[in-house]
Design a binder for this molecule. Structure first.
Ligand SMILES: [Cu+2]
Length: 336
């Protein structure tokens, strides 16, 4: 390969990576500077200085300000003086240097694209009473995607283990993973050659975030071809669900498929992204893993079988004692 080709390749990959992680549904918004904004007194039609004075957008969105007034204005990040404050003190406000349109004249416009979440106050340096704010919310794709933001074209998504023996189908519910909210990871194992559900397998599963293992279950056993795990993430950020060491479990599975004994190449990683939950600040949900569910059923079964059994035993014992009442010597009424 020559160097030019390698450079082209690297640039293409970088563009693809950046492209997928960004908001591909970016929107454009318009904020008007209305007629009369130049006058801080209320004798002009302007009721607001920038219209709308509060605007919520998403990371990647662009706002265009149009000057519909009869004087030049600016859109400058920072805090203005406020109308009454300005009239009292002639405070000029303070720019914070994040963005500045400089002066643009009636009929002209200026645009700015917001790449970071947060709230942005801005004002006009010529008329410091003119103030407004833009709220920039984080971009949350509404489709399932990997940790780089790339959409999973099919969902459940799937991969074939490096030894090409097992296909793992993998999905989660709800499809947008948010902090403090329960997510179900659901997966099924198929014979990659014959495309048949593998009924019982032993495997290891781990959930990782920021190089930290949050959850691990070794020698788990899949039932009916698949399994699930629940989790609640406390932090936003990319995650990996690692499934490894997939082996036949018991005699049934061994006759069902032809898996070589060495399971080291029988693994698969699935990545996803956890988003900050704007609605929830703390975790109130509970998670129940399959083994705990089994334990729960076991306890219920015990309660259903053992409790009536004991009651029955007590009843039988009681009946027996009633049938053969102990023979006490009969008391004779003693004459008074
Ligand atoms: Cu102005």
């Amino acid at each position: 390969m020559n160097e030019k080709f390698i450079a082209f390749f690297i640039v293409t990959i970088s563009v693809m990576f950046v492209g997928t992680a960004q908001n591909s549904f970016a929107e454009d918004f318009v904020v008007s500077i209305p007629y009369g904004a130049f006058n801080p007194e209320l004798n002009t039609p302007a009721e607001v200085w920038y219209d709308p004075p509060e605007l919520s957008i998403t990371v990647g969105d662009t706002v265009t300000w149009t000057n519909d007034d009869r004087e030049g204005h600016t859109v400058t990040s920072g805090y203005g003086a406020g109308r009454f404050d300005w009239m009292d003190t002639k405070n000029l406000g303070e720019a914070d240097g994040l963005f500045d349109s400089l002066r643009f004249m009636p009929g002209e416009s200026w645009s700015y694209t917001f790449e970071k979440e947060g709230s942005y106050n801005y004002f006009c340096v010529i008329h410091p009473w003119m103030e407004a704010i833009i709220f920039v919310d984080p971009y949350i794709p509404d489709f399932p995607h990997d940790a780089t933001g790339k959409k999973y074209e099919s969902f459940p998504t799937f991969l074939i283990t490096p030894d090409r023996s097992v296909e793992i189908n993998f999905s989660w519910e709800p499809q947008v993973i948010k902090t403090h909210e329960k997510v179900n990871f659901i997966y099924r194992f198929y014979d990659a050659v014959y495309d048949q559900l593998l009924r019982k397998l032993e495997y290891d599963i781990a959930i990782l975030q920021n190089n930290e293992i949050l959850y691990k279950d070794e020698k788990a056993v899949s039932g009916a071809g698949g399994d699930y795990r629940q989790w609640i993430f406390e932090e936003p950020g990319p995650i990996i669900v690692k499934i490894s060491n997939i082996k036949p479990y018991g005699q049934v599975a061994e006759s069902q498929i032809n898996l070589s004994y060495d399971a080291t190449a029988r693994l698969g990683d699935f990545t996803a992204m956890v988003y900050d939950n704007p609605e929830k600040r703390v975790t109130t949900d509970k998670i129940v893993q399959p083994r705990e569910t089994l334990q729960f059923y076991y306890e219920i079964a015990v309660a259903i079988i053992v409790v009536p059994a004991i009651m029955l035993a007590v009843l039988i014992l009681y009946m027996k004692t009633k049938k053969n009442p102990p023979s006490y010597p009969e008391r004779k009424a003693s004459p008074v």
